[in-house]
Each structure stands twice: as structure tokens, then as C-alpha cells.
Design a protein around this ligand. Structure first.
Ligand code: IPM
Ligand code: MG
Length: 361
């Protein structure tokens, strides 16, 4: 089981170190190799996704990814910005299906910004298409590093596009995922305004006919944003495009108490996957040892389940996380009165201890 470990920038290295620690106590034959990515790779090699890093990721069964980005790279030409590394990995590995589960752990009900009764028992799954949409359309107009302007330009645009096969394959992923859950899919679009999303809606409807056991409904993205904070438990599986999925998954993350709890998996057609926390590099708290490593640790569990066929080991990690939460341990982002505040490393150690305990006992 070959794992490419790409910690990246900001809090990336701290949280990935904890996930690696957790993987190492499982006593499974992993081959882990690390490489630089994002701003860290730009600083060392002049490119956010060096060929060697991309090759390592391609040759691996799975990629464990931290986060990329820092304000200090904002003036770079776009192809050199840290974010291009994750976009490049998604595109080059064909990681079109992004799973972003939003689960509210019982112990964190009070950490959510919503009323406890709205989020208690929440378990929804956002499936975001990840290699199409406006993210990979044609950009026009480019700000140059030299003067921070768009020289000679009086407009800038990005094209939004989706092809039929791109929509069909993500729709199949969503219907199949729903079959293993509550058998309901909500397809989120903006068909009232955008042709791209009328096309999306038509094709999802067509594919849905192959899944008569799954209930399909459609929702405009603005309404979906509202419903997510009004009655989030009404959703089961949400399937949507790259851009809407980016936005809605951040909103959904907060329902769970903290975006620091949310893992994600990005899969290609061969089940090769990239696993990363849903949050970003948080440069403001980098190096302080306060970041929540649980989203990354839970991403490692998803990796074991989806790409490495180690469901039992994934269960062990997930129960260990439940158990440290039950012990009352909290990083700053999920801390509330009456719980015990811990740092990044202590949280990782506690998960390791919970796993070792179940092994022994
Ligand atoms: C995410 C992030 C990325 C995205 C950025 C870092 C390119 O926000 O994974 O949600 O927009 O997809
Ligand atoms: Mg995002």
C-alpha cells in the first residue's frame, strides 16, 4: 500500500504529522513517501506542483494531503500559486468525485453555530464534481506580478462548462452512494439562470431513471444554501458542480461544529484517491500547535476504507476519534466550557492511545 504524503503549507505539516502517527500504529504494511507541494514546493523548486511530486502521487495507491496556500503568494502569476497544486493533482489524476461528509458528532452538538436540535444526528454527504465547471474553464485576463494589474484589459472572465460524460459519471457516483444510505439525492443547480446547469439538471434526471429506488429532487443553489442552515437534516446526498460544491461544503462544515472536523476524499475511476481535510492551510495559526488534526486523521480513515480496502482499520480510527471526544478532549476550534483544551500533538497522541488501547484490550 503506497501512500504519497503531501503536507503542503500552513498548518498542513502539523496536522499531517498526526495522521501519519495514527497510521503508523495500525501495524499495516504502508510505504509512505513525502514530497513538497504548494507554496513549500514553490519556495524550494519554483513550482507548486513539481514533476517529482506529481509522479509520486500518480504512482501511489493513495495521496494523503494537508493544505496549500498563504497570502504571501497572492501576487504570483496564477499558474505559480499554491492552489494550482491541488487543482493540478485533481486534474492529472482524474479525481472527479469529491466526497465531503458532514457528520455532527454527538459530543460536538454545542460547538455548532446552529441550535443543537437542528444539527443533532446530522449525517449528510456532499458529492462535489471536482474536475470540471468554471474551475477548469477558460480564464481570460491575467493579473501580472509586476504591477498587480491586468495590463491593457478592460474585462476578465472564466467560462463555465460541463460535458455530458462529466455529469453522467458524477450522477452515477451520487446515486450509488445514496443506495448505501437513505436513498435520496438532491441535485443542486442554477438552472433558472445558467444553461450549464439546465444541462446538468436534465442529465442528472436522465441518469436518475436508472435508479428508481433512489428519490431525486432538484434545488437551486441559493435555496440549498438557505436549507442547509434552516433544516440541514432534511438532506441525504447532495450532488453538485465544482463551484457550488466548494461553497456549500464550507457552509455544511460549520454545521458539524468546526470545519476542523471534516474529512474529504477525491476519487478517480480506478478508486485511486486523494484524501485531505476540507479546511485550508490557516496560515494565521500555523506553527502554533493549536490546529485540529481530526479532519486529517478522519481523512486517513477514509483513505483506508476507499482506496486501500482496510475497512476494519478505518473503523478503528473512527472509534478512536469518538472516544477522544467522549473523553472531553478539544482543540481550540471545538473547545467549550467544561471540556479539556489540547493542542494538535496531544490530540494526535490521544487518538493513538485510544487505538492502542483497543488493540490490547
Ligand atoms: C477546497 C479548496 C480549494 C477549492 C482551493 C484551495 C483551490 O477551497 O478544496 O474546497 O476551491 O477547491
Ligand atoms: Mg473550498
Amino acid at each position: 500500500m503506497k501512500i504519497a504524503v503531501l503536507p503542503g503549507d500552513g498548518i498542513g505539516p502539523e496536522i499531517v504529522a498526526e495522521a501519519v502517527k495514527v497510521l503508523n500504529v495500525l501495524d499495516l504494511p504502508f510505504e509512505m513517501e513525502s514530497a513538497l507541494v504548494g507554496g513549500a514546493a514553490f519556495d524550494a523548486h519554483g513550482h507548486p506542483l513539481p514533476d517529482a511530486t506529481l509522479q509520486l502521487a500518480k504512482d501511489a495507491d493513495a495521496v494523503l494531503f494537508g493544505a496549500v496556500g498563504d497570502w504571501k503568494y497572492d501576487t504570483l502569476d496564477r499558474p505559480l500559486r499554491p492552489e494550482q497544486a491541488i487543482l493540478g493533482l485533481r486534474k492529472n489524476l482524474g479525481l472527479f468525485a469529491n466526497f465531503r461528509p458532514a457528520i455532527c458528532y454527538e459530543q460536538l452538538v454545542d460547538a455548532s453555530s446552529l441550535k443543537p436540535e437542528l444539527v443533532a444526528g446530522l449525517d449528510i454527504l456532499i458529492i462535489r464534481e471536482l474536475t470540471g465547471d468554471i474551475y477548469f474553464g477558460q480564464p481570460r485576463g491575467r493579473r501580472t506580478a509586476v504591477d498587480g494589474h491586468f495590463p491593457g484589459a478592460d474585462e476578465a472572465f472564466d467560462t463555465m462548462r460541463y460535458s455530458r460524460p462529466e455529469i453522467e459519471r458524477i450522477a452515477h457516483v451520487a446515486f450509488q452512494a445514496a443506495r448505501k444510505r437513505d436513498k435520496r439525492v438532491t441535485s443542486v443547480d442554477k438552472a433558472n439562470v445558467l444553461e450549464t446547469f439546465q444541462f446538468w439538471k436534465d442529465i442528472v434526471t436522465e441518469v436518475g431513471k436508472e435508479y428508481p429506488d433512489v428519490a431525486l429532487d432538484h434545488m437551486y443553489v441559493d435555496n440549498a444554501a438557505m436549507q442547509l442552515v434552516k433544516a440541514p437534516k432534511k438532506f441525504d446526498v447532495i450532488v453538485t458542480g465544482n463551484m457550488f460544491g466548494d461553497i456549500l461544503s464550507d457552509a455544511a462544515a460549520m454545521l458539524t461544529g468546526s470545519i476542523g472536523m471534516l474529512p474529504s476524499a477525491s476519487l478517480n475511476a480506478k478508486n485511486q484517491g486523494l484524501y485531505e481535510p476540507s479546511h485550508g492551510s490557516a496560515p494565521d495559526i500555523a506553527g502554533k500547535g493549536v490546529a485540529n488534526p481530526l479532519a486529517t486523521i478522519l481523512s486517513a480513515a477514509m483513505m483506508l476504507r476507499f482506496s486501500l480496502q482496510q475497512a476494519a482499520a478505518a473503523d478503528r480510527i473512527e472509534s478512536a476519534v469518538q472516544s477522544v471526544l467522549a473523553q472531553g478532549l478539544r482543540t481550540a476550534d471545538i473547545y467549550s466550557a467544561g471540556t479539556v483544551k489540547v493542542g494538535t500533538r496531544e490530540m494526535g497522541d490521544a487518538v493513538v492511545a485510544a487505538i492502542t488501547k483497543t488493540t490490547k484490550g
